[in-house]
Design a protein around this ligand. Structure first.
Ligand code: ZN
Length: 66
């Protein structure tokens, strides 16, 4: 288990966890990057610098099922 630094919730550890892997808190959605496996250590990812507009989904009003 690992405790979210933001909301203090306990999250399960992926059995295939690797260094550099991203941990996501199921409770609040905060993301952390694993910096060490033994002992487990991780650092909060600064969401402010993430800017990925490349995968914008042009989902308009053209719903074929409507
Ligand atoms: Zn959390």
């Amino acid at each position: 288990m690992w405790d979210c630094l933001s909301c203090k919730s306990e999250n399960e550890i992926d059995p295939d966890i690797e260094e550099g892997q991203i941990l996501e808190c199921l409770e609040c959605g905060a993301e952390y990057e694993v910096s060490c496996l033994d002992p487990l250590a991780f650092e909060a990812i600064d969401m402010a610098v993430v800017d990925d507009d490349d995968d914008a989904d042009p989902d308009g009003d053209d719903d074929p099922w409507d």
